[in-house]
Design a protein around this ligand. Structure first.
Ligand code: V55
Ligand code: FE
Length: 484
């Protein structure tokens, strides 16, 4: 007889976190408040982790779990919803075995013997649309291409041999003005290696640059940032020790005695032009933006003055206290030669999952968006920050409810920065279901212009992207920087 399927009673799988394990298709979702704005036509793709089967362990972490890919298709005032598992090697092997075969996060040494040689990749982190193709991404594996209408998995791809590393990033930047794709890979030659590689692809998906360099240690490089001249790579001391991994340990260890390193990689030069900056041990998952300002490069990120992942201990197994993330500006002066950088807090409210009007990625910008944590009850809010004044404009979904990462959509292709909508998945925790709200991106406090009801729970999504209706067909984003 097969083993009974039973998830462990751990916090991660309690309440809102209960595995959903449900693919669904719902046409014309109910709009329970307001109206979908005219002209808001396109698809919001989002990706997240769910659990296909229990791993058989009690140390599962929220960033693991099979990719469940969601789409919200806006057309002529209606929204269609669909979610599907990404059919990774891991998903297909487990589907066949009808049980979990993969152990600890990214630790292949803890897998079931029947999974030998199969990749741990879950494709669970984000959606990327570039040169007419849709992908599900995880930073330890190559991209999986999906059908943009059905979400059926087409398969794992190295983009016609162009990705020469063993893996890709889950935080690429598609410039919606030039249609270029900026991407990278860390631990690029395999788990525990110190190689990093930067890739630049043109609007047609042809690789035009590949630059390899060495990291100071086998870091976790979840995200990076771009500017017109420099590509910004932060290295925080969450480090992979393969000896520990081989013994069944965690994939990362927090090393508070090691420095934060930031590499500025020349967009138009080679590795000999890389500039390095250093500071005390800190960490971050996510960058809001970066830009060049005279001799300086500013990097705005949700920075933790300590370990962003308390479930990863020190090499001695010591736990580190959780610390809140604050939107912080790290300024690096290229005219300074002592490798130091300056740090200033931009917002006093803890925040994560920063976003922008993506037309302004890598460029001087005035508007930032993030999830703000203002209450102690686990609820959260969507905040807009005016980067000049620091003023906040906040949408709070309701007591006990929480928001997921937002998506900005410009009102028109050449609208001024920030003029458009924010689309936000809202977790109606007490009701055990979700809503998708559409906000006026210049007046979040006014509340939704439309609320779209989901009769199901969109359990947890990390990141996503908006693809305008025409872009799905042409493969080209129509966006421009406003003349104003
Ligand atoms: C992060 C997220 C991941 C991951 C590693 O936020 C780092 C950081 C969603 O998956 O696998
Ligand atoms: Fe992320």
């Amino acid at each position: 007889m097969s083993q009974p399927i039973r998830f462990p009673e751990i916090q991660l799988y309690a309440g809102w976190g209960e595995p959903m394990r449900t693919e669904c298709t719902i046409d014309a979702l109910e709009v329970i408040q307001g109206e979908i704005p005219k002209g808001l036509n396109g698809t919001l793709y989002r990706n997240g982790a769910d659990r296909q089967y229990p791993s058989g362990r009690t140390d599962d972490i929220f960033i693991d779990g099979e990719g469940m890919f969601h789409m919200f298709r806006f057309h002529d005032g209606q929204v269609d919803y669909r979610c599907r598992w990404v059919h990774t090697e891991r998903y297909l092997a487990q589907a066949k075995a009808r049980r979990g075969l993969f152990g600890r996060y990214r630790n292949t040494f803890t897998n079931d013997p029947s999974a030998a040689g199969l990749h741990n990749g879950t494709a669970n982190t984000t959606a990327m649309f570039h040169a007419g193709r849709l992908y599900a991404l995880k930073e330890d594996d190559l991209p999986y291409e999906l059908n943009p209408d059905t979400l059926d998995t087409i398969g794992k791809t190295d983009m016609n041999g162009q990705i020469t590393s063993t893996r890709f990033t889950a935080h690429p930047k598609v410039d919606p003005v030039t249609n270029e794709l900026f991407a990278f890979s860390y631990q690029a030659r395999g788990d525990g290696t110190t190689d990093c590689v930067f890739y630049l692809f043109d609007k047609d998906g042809r690789k035009v640059k590949e630059l390899w360099f060495d990291m100071p240690y086998a870091a976790c490089v979840h995200d990076f940032a771009i500017t017109d001249e420099w590509i910004v790579f932060p290295f925080f001391p969450l480090i992979t020790d393969m000896e520990a991994v081989k013994k069944g340990g965690a994939f990362y260890q927090w090393n508070p005695d090691k420095a934060t390193h930031i590499a500025l990689v020349p967009r138009n030069g080679d590795a000999s032009g890389i500039r390095w900056f250093k500071g005390a041990a800190t960490s971050a998952g996510h960058m809001m933006n970066a830009y060049r300002d005279g001799s300086k490069v500013h990097l705005d990120l949700c920075l933790y003055e300590g370990n962003c992942f308390p479930f990863f201990t020190t090499p001695k197994g010591e736990e580190t206290p959780p610390v809140p993330p604050f939107l912080t500006r790290i300024s690096m002066d290229l005219d300074r030669n002592d490798e130091g950088f300056e740090k200033s807090k931009l917002c006093q409210v803890p925040s994560e999952m920063p976003r922008t009007d993506d037309r302004y990625q890598g460029r001087p910008y005035g508007q930032g968006y993030m999830i703000a944590y203002r209450a102690q009850d686990g609820s959260s809010a969507t905040a807009r920050i005016d980067m000049k004044t620091g003023a906040l404009d906040v949408y709070t979904p309701g007591p006990g409810d929480s928001v997921q990462e937002c998506q900005f959509v410009p009102r028109t292709p050449d609208a001024p920065e920030g003029d458009g909508w924010l689309i936000v998945p809202v977790s109606r925790v007490a009701k055990n279901r979700s809503d998708l709200v559409v906000l006026d991106a210049l007046n979040l406090a006014a509340g939704p212009v439309a609320t779209v009801k989901l009769p199901v729970r969109v359990r947890s999504t990390f990141h996503g992207t908006w693809v305008p209706e025409d872009t799905l067909k042409t493969g080209v984003y129509p966006y421009k920087l406003s003349a104003a």
